[in-house]
Write a protein that binds this ligand. Structure first.
Ligand code: NOJ
Length: 526
């Protein structure tokens, strides 16, 4: 039988490199810091790391403004440090996924410097220049067009004005960017997470976007329009397929797309004949209400919409979204862990989730994120979910010897890796247990997800393959009695019912989740 690709049974762990581990005492995490913590990741049980951008950058958007696609920013280390990290990752049987930022470069990228220098410059057409701006809005507030005095035209920037959008209709741009992919693939990188994949191509006529009838005052200003002509254009799929073909020139790699779209549109990014993104990120758990009904709907909707043969994936957190433990509270964060790790497909978690890390309040004078600086007070800032990883209770939580670039959560004396390690009931142990369970029971990765229901605040589903699992998640704050078949509890969110034999009916405590291995004799329930 053909072995399934590594990424299909992987738990991917996102590292925001500025905040993981500082090794050189500048208050900012770096590549050697990551090396120092790889054994922690091995022990946690994850399979792959995705590292947010580490390329040379003026850091206007903390690395999502790339000034050289084939280098390493000195803040993070050197190319030799990168090669060392990659070797250390691989020697532990882990994989490495890099961030690729194709929609825009930094305004300091030599391509843009040339492009803006004259209308006649050969790289002029590498970016999107117009005499007249359309009404398109930047995702970080204000117009998406910036007037440039030198050549008296406007250039497009879907994000900051320091992030000019590339013109992917230009074949030279394509060739140069694909060569950058080949550069990293040639070094042995295992795949890419592609930034804002659904924005890469814009309407060729730059037509105005229509107003959004759902816009309400107080929302971020870019909600005023529906991005009909500036996102998810039909031509994007050709481009994604071409990108995938480049990745497929190298065996055993993965292409993941960052795509925030409704589920039907999201599915189109698997591409015709599944030749698009291997995994269009599925962010629904980050966006839906936290109730058994809402999550049940999301799961059935997603499963039902998956094209035949497409591999599912689920994401629990990332560097742009409020942390789960803040959204749902500490006890439901454990339920969220169990939910994620019992769903089918490839799973992505965000550093610190395994500690139940929460958003850290950021005082106005501490704000770093341009999204907050541009439109203060609208809840756009992402600093709260990007704060340093707390490793121990020493000064600066073992993250740095200097002053950290963002504040460390003031609960770090008790919420840190070392402390949670010593507490056998901690969320860290729960994550390890669940990841371990998934590894030892492939049914949880690949088997059919069946009979999804929500009742009395309990989300319930089955995974039926070589083995038969029943997952019960009490997403309410009340205890509840549920009907079950007969089986054995493999893990519970309180970590205190392992190996318990259960039959007929089960009392679930508030915010309790259980994975039950059903006996062979138990017929399909419900
Ligand atoms: C999505 C990234 O995740 C986000 O952090 C960044 O600001 C924008 N894309 C622009 O690159």
């Amino acid at each position: 039988m053909q072995k399934s690709p590594w990424w299909q049974h992987s738990v991917i762990y996102e590292i925001y490199p500025r905040s993981f581990q500082d090794s050189n005492g500048d208050g900012i995490g770096d590549l050697n810091g990551i090396v120092a913590r790889l054994d922690y990741l091995v022990k946690l049980g994850v399979d792959a790391v995705w590292i947010s951008p580490i390329y040379p950058s003026p850091m206007a958007d903390f690395g999502y403004d790339v000034a050289d696609y084939c280098g390493i920013d000195p803040i993070f280390g050197t190319m030799d440090d990168f090669k060392h990290l990659l070797a250390e990752v691989h020697s532990r049987g882990l994989r490495m996924i890099l961030d690729f930022v194709p929609n825009h470069t930094s305004d300091y990228h030599p391509w843009f410097i040339e492009s803006r220098s004259s209308r006649m410059n050969p790289k002029r057409d590498w970016y999107l220049w117009r005499d007249q701006p359309s009404n398109w809005l930047s995702n970080f507030g204000g117009s998406a067009w910036e007037f440039d005095e030198t050549t008296r035209q406007y250039y497009l920037h879907s994000f900051l004005k320091q992030q000019p959008d590339l013109n992917w209709r230009n074949p030279d741009v394509k060739a140069a960017m694909f060569d950058a992919l080949r550069f990293w693939l040639g070094l042995g990188v295992d795949g890419f997470r592609v930034d804002v994949m659904w924005l890469m191509i814009k309407d060729d006529q730059f037509r105005d976007n229509p107003p959004n009838p759902g816009y309400r005052l107080g929302q971020p200003s870019n909600n005023r329009l529906l991005p009909v002509y500036s996102s998810d254009r039909p031509e994007v799929h050709q481009l994604v397929a071409a990108m995938r073909a480049v990745v497929d020139e190298f065996p055993d790699r993965v292409l993941i797309g960052e795509i925030y779209l409704p589920v039907q549109q999201l599915m189109t990014y698997y591409g015709a004949g599944l030749k698009g993104a291997n995994l269009p990120f599925n962010f629904q758990l980050l966006q839906c209400a936290w109730s058994a009904e809402a999550v049940a709907q999301v799961i059935t909707g997603y499963e039902g919409a998956l094209p035949i043969g497409a591999w599912p994936n689920w994401v629990l957190g990332n560097h742009d979204q409020p942390r789960m433990a803040t959204r749902v509270g500490p006890s439901q964060a454990r339920v969220a862990a169990m939910l994620l790790l019992t769903l089918p497909g490839t799973l992505t978690m965000y550093y610190g989730e395994e500690l139940g890390m929460t958003n850290v309040p950021i005082a106005p004078e501490q704000v770093q994120d341009p999204a907050e600086k541009n439109e203060p007070g609208l809840g756009q800032g992402r600093d709260p979910e990007r704060t340093p990883m707390p490793w121990d209770d020493s000064h600066c939580a073992g993250f740095t010897a200097a002053s950290p670039w963002l504040p460390i959560g003031d609960d770090y004396a008790s919420l840190n890796v070392e402390a949670l390690e010593q507490n056998q009931d901690s969320i860290l142990h729960l994550y390890r247990r669940l990841i371990g369970l998934r590894r030892s029971h492939p049914t949880l990765v690949k088997a059919k997800l069946d009979v999804v229901t929500a009742d009395s605040g309990v989300l319930r589903f089955q995974r039926v393959g070589e083995e038969h699992f029943l997952v019960l998640l009490n997403m309410s704050h009340n205890p509840v009695q549920v009907e079950i078949g007969q089986g054995t509890i493999l893990v519970c969110t309180y970590l205190d019912r392992e190996a318990q034999q259960v039959k007929d009916s089960l009392h679930l405590r508030a915010a309790e989740g259980v994975v039950i291995q059903l006996d062979q004799s138990t017929e399909k329930l419900l």
